[in-house]
Design a protein around this ligand. Structure first.
Ligand SMILES: Cc1ncc(COP(=O)(O)O)c(C=O)c1O
Length: 474
């Protein structure tokens, strides 16, 4: 009984604390405080508390006496938390950084590099930053972000003279780059169309699945890539569009499909748009590479423009990570074309409402850089030249990789390397072949065989050929 009484008797209240004269010393004079009394070594205290809890349960000690860490240790509050699986893309970089080999090459990370493998900052960005430095303030942006940056982003995606912009039919907010734009949209979809699903291409950028999963929107997939031809599975794609319930949400890569680099032709986009219209589907465009694919932002927005001409309501996620090299600045935009201005005002207010408890308002620096570049015709021209330069360089690397593989005597067809577009090549290598490249030759890439173009192509081509000739592809 005595032992049980320990559990049931209320904890004694701590003795009333009397103010000591030192409590009133102003904190501006910390040195005037007497030294604190010697304290019991922390670890000993934790151990004592933890063992008391183990023996007598968590109620054994009055709460104020329980050091927080001891409680966590003893009751193992997070004991069930398993390490999260590694991200298939960012995990590659982690493994690459941990490899001490001087010969290591990382062709997995989704960021553009110069010939020495170094990150690139565009001249237009440097100039915009020079104009910002010391001249502009860094106060909070509104919940929806920079109006200026949003206006410029809409012109880029919907067209300089878009009637939808003039009619104020587009609800748009600045977003935390492309990922943040997708996530905001997914949350919006869940909140206002809770019974809807999202159709996602197979394959896709792996984070799409995480984004819609965490927003609790059920996912379906639609055919996209045709492994045999290493091109578009157009027939499968059209079938899946036809077979989806009317009014379904579809995620479409506006250009430079990640990871395959396979885009529909203009004619195919027109057919897709037509079929969407018949089925009343909603297209959500993820445009992470505008300008980066062909070198021309207008050309890369072609799919969106076709859907707009056909009278669709669309959603669009824009990112400035790749095309302006603002990866870490998290600059992006989410827009939804509405039926009229009133609807756009309502939708925008709800998007802001979703953003408010998540991050309150978006970051200011990248938004300033983007709006300065896009609103100054001279600086915008510099950007257009630089983005074309990056795209052309990648197209040149595609050619070089194909030529190298052919020169090395590869019996396989590498035509898809030059047919695909954008920063990545979907090589067709199996996960096992990728594992061998990594473990034996320190070449790092995602296990789906996605390669980012970069220097040291000869070396890379050699290893690709070597592995493939050991385990030929069918
Ligand atoms: C298809 C696609 N969407 C969105 C993103 C998002 O990138 P960020 O959030 O850095 O703008 C990426 C980046 O790799 C991507 O490939």
């Amino acid at each position: 009984w005595k032992r049980n009484a320990f559990f049931f008797s209320p904890a004694k209240p701590p003795p009333a604390r009397r103010n000591k004269p030192t409590d009133f010393l102003p904190s501006t004079f910390p040195l005037l405080r007497p030294p604190p009394p010697p304290r019991r070594p922390a670890m000993a205290l934790y151990r004592r508390a933890a063992s008391a809890i183990r023996r007598r349960g968590a109620g054994a000690l009055p709460l104020p006496l329980l050091p927080a860490r001891a409680m966590a240790m003893a009751s193992s509050l997070f004991g069930h938390v398993e390490p999260a699986p590694k991200d298939p893309i960012l995990g590659v970089t982690e493994a690459f950084l941990a490899d001490p080999s001087p010969d290591k090459v990382n062709v997995g990370v989704g960021a553009y590099r110069d010939d020495d493998g170094k990150p690139v900052v565009l001249d237009c960005v440097r100039e915009a930053e020079r104009r910002i430095a010391g001249n502009l303030n860094m106060e909070y942006l509104p919940m929806g972000g920079s109006i200026h940056m949003i206006e410029e982003s809409l012109k880029l995606a919907y067209g300089e003279d878009s009637e939808f912009i003039k009619d104020k039919r587009i609800a748009a907010v600045q977003a935390l780059s492309g990922t943040g734009a997708c996530r905001l949209f997914a949350d919006f979809q869940k909140r206002f169309l809770p019974d809807s699903q999202i159709y996602i291409p197979t394959p896709t950028w792996s984070n799409h699945h995480n984004i819609w999963r965490d927003a609790q929107v059920p996912q379906r997939t639609f055919s996209y890539y045709h492994p045999e031809s290493r091109g578009l599975d157009f027939a499968g794609l059209m079938d899946d569009i036809k077979n989806a319930p009317n009014g379904s949400f579809f995620l479409l890569h506006a250009c430079a499909h990640n990871p395959t680099g396979v885009d529909p032709t203009e004619e195919q986009w027109r057919e897709i748009s037509y079929q969407f219209k018949l089925k009343n589907h909603f297209p959500f465009f993820d445009m992470a590479y505008q300008g980066f694919a062909s070198g021309d932002p207008e050309r890369d927005a072609k799919a969106i423009r076709i859907f707009l001409e056909d009278g669709h309501q669309i959603g669009c996620a824009q990112s400035y990570a790749k095309n302006m090299g603002l990866y870490g600045q998290r600059a992006g935009c989410l827009s939804i074309l509405c039926e009229d201005e009133m609807q756009a005002v309502a939708v925008k207010s709800q998007l802001q409402q979703i953003a408010r408890p998540m991050y309150s308002n978006p970051p200011v620096h990248g938004a300033l850089v983007v709006s300065i570049i896009l609103s100054d015709p001279e600086l915008k021209n510099v950007w257009l030249g630089e983005v074309k330069g990056m795209a052309d360089r990648i197209i040149g690397m595609r050619k070089a990789l194909r030529e190298n593989l052919e020169k090395l005597g590869s019996p396989l067809s590498w035509e898809h390397v030059t047919n695909q577009i954008g920063m990545f090549c979907y090589s067709g290598m199996t996960p096992e072949q990728v594992d061998r490249l990594t473990s034996e030759y320190h070449i790092y890439m995602t296990r789906n065989g996605r390669i980012r173009y970069q220097q040291r192509l000869e070396l890379f081509s050699f290893f690709v050929l070597f592995i493939i000739s050991l385990a030929p592809l069918v």
